[in-house]
Design a protein around this ligand. Structure first.
Ligand SMILES: CC(C)(COP(=O)(O)OP(=O)(O)OC[C@H]1O[C@@H](n2cnc3c(N)ncnc32)[C@H](O)[C@@H]1OP(=O)(O)O)[C@@H](O)C(=O)NCCC(=O)NCCS
Length: 143
């Protein structure tokens, strides 16, 4: 992901989440040196993934595909790139959070070998309240 991708990435974000990250958050991720990648079709971003690394652990902060391009394997490919980056930089464990109501993401994560290790109560904002987050883990040594 380059600075010049951020406007398109934030557009995908707004189209995908009820409480989207701002452009500024994506710029902060780039400035902070987080691993940020995009999936491109015809040189236009159609998906992205963001990973933080530290103390032997990796954390997927975001993975998203523009709705018209879903169910074609792009989410799986983006996650594979993030897993590989985590592994080659020496992380042994990878974590992420997901809403219990997000069936497509849950299916994707389970299909890629992640399993639930915890629950964060009221982690996500939803219209009129909060929603829990399922915490999932993948052991990268097993890959
Ligand atoms: C979650 C998301 C990134 C998946 O991206 P995608 O490109 O559609 O995923 P893929 O095509 O690579 O699917 C890979 C696997 O995920 C599962 N999956 C993906 N979408 C699914 C759906 N709608 N229903 C059921 N399973 C689904 C399947 O196991 C699929 O494997 P298969 O194709 O062999 O059946 C996409 O739905 C998205 O951007 N959602 C909005 C943002 C979001 O919720 N991100 C996750 C935040 S935790």
């Amino acid at each position: 992901m380059r600075d010049t991708d951020v406007i398109a990435v934030a557009h995908i974000e707004r189209a995908s989440y009820p409480f989207p990250w701002s452009e500024g958050i994506f710029r902060d991720c780039l400035c902070a040196g987080y691993y940020c990648c995009v999936a491109e079709i015809d040189q236009l971003p159609v998906g992205y993934g963001i990973l933080t690394l530290g103390a032997g652990e990796a954390h997927v902060l975001n993975v998203c595909v523009l709705s018209e391009y879903r169910c074609r394997g792009l989410g799986r490919r983006l996650l594979s790139v993030l897993f590989n980056e985590a592994r080659v930089t020496g992380a042994t464990d990878l974590y992420l959070e997901v809403r219990p109501s997000n069936f497509s993401a849950l299916r994707l994560y389970e299909a890629m070998g992640l399993s639930q290790v915890g629950l964060r109560r009221g982690y996500y904002q939803v219209a009129g309240g909060r929603e829990d987050a399922i915490v999932m883990r993948l052991g990268l040594k097993d890959l």
